[in-house]
Design a protein around this ligand. Structure first.
Ligand code: ZN
Length: 242
């Protein structure tokens, strides 16, 4: 266990009460403040740190925090709360209702516009359903990303050597100097155009192993609407998760 259970507190700033979760972490070496989709404001302090240090940190960063909360409220208005905090999960850009049922084998099916998850009756429903959903998303990501890689590599006339889908990646995709492509499984939650953009981006690295103007020229030659896709990812990317 790296983190102690969350503790809920309230921070008062200019007549506004902002609830936040205080977390102690053995790994944290300094105070960290995050505004997370669904979880809200999370303040992490080192395990032996004092909550007052956290409070001072909040006071110093109050303006930043307010800006983040406003931004998040605007995004949340366009994006439903995701399961298990809400009722839907995105799949290829569409928010599908999630239904958890007991049954075996554990699997996920898209049935009449819903994601139906079957889990063993004895398991904790949310954890088991989350595991089943992640493996299903991994498999779907593999299928659609590979298809996109084949099509775009053909259109762009570039070669690639390896392909894999990763979990726990901080980036959306990567391309090694040897031509090995790797994609984040969470891309399968985004619309197809966003997935296509990431594929084109990584394949363009087969021509330019950098982010120089020449690289962006290469991207825009094949995918002129790349700016919209990048903007979409920076706005909604943090919400693509289960
Ligand atoms: Zn890149």
């Amino acid at each position: 266990m790296q983190s102690a259970p969350l503790e809920t507190r309230v921070f008062h700033h200019k007549g506004q009460a902002i609830p936040y979760c205080l977390r102690r972490s053995r790994r944290a070496t300094r105070v960290r403040l995050e505004v997370k989709p669904d979880e809200g404001v999370v303040l992490t302090i080192p395990f032996r740190g004092h909550p007052d240090d956290g409070h001072l940190f909040l006071q110093r960063h109050a303006a930043w925090l307010n800006g983040q909360l406003k931004r998040q409220a605007a995004i949340a208005a366009q994006w439903p709360r995701r399961w298990p905090y809400g009722t839907t999960l995105p799949y290829r850009g569409v928010h599908l209702p999630v239904e958890v049922r007991s049954g075996q084998p554990a699997n996920v099916q898209v049935q009449s516009g819903s994601l139906t998850v079957h889990v063993k009756p004895i398991e904790t429903a949310v954890d088991a359903a989350r595991r089943a959903l992640r493996s299903w998303y991994m498999a779907e990501a593999e299928r659609f990303c590979l298809e996109a890689v084949r099509q775009w590599a053909d259109a762009m006339k570039v070669e690639w050597k390896g392909f894999s889908i990763g979990r726990g990646l901080t980036r959306w995709g990567s391309c090694s100097p040897a031509g090995s492509l790797r994609f984040n499984y969470r891309l399968i939650m985004a619309p197809q155009t966003v997935l296509d953009y990431v594929v084109v981006h990584e394949l363009a690295h087969r021509r330019q192993m950098n982010h120089s103007p020449a690289f962006w020229n290469e991207v825009s030659r094949h995918f002129p609407e790349f700016r919209q896709a990048r903007r979409w990812l920076s706005t909604f990317g943090p919400y693509l998760n289960v």
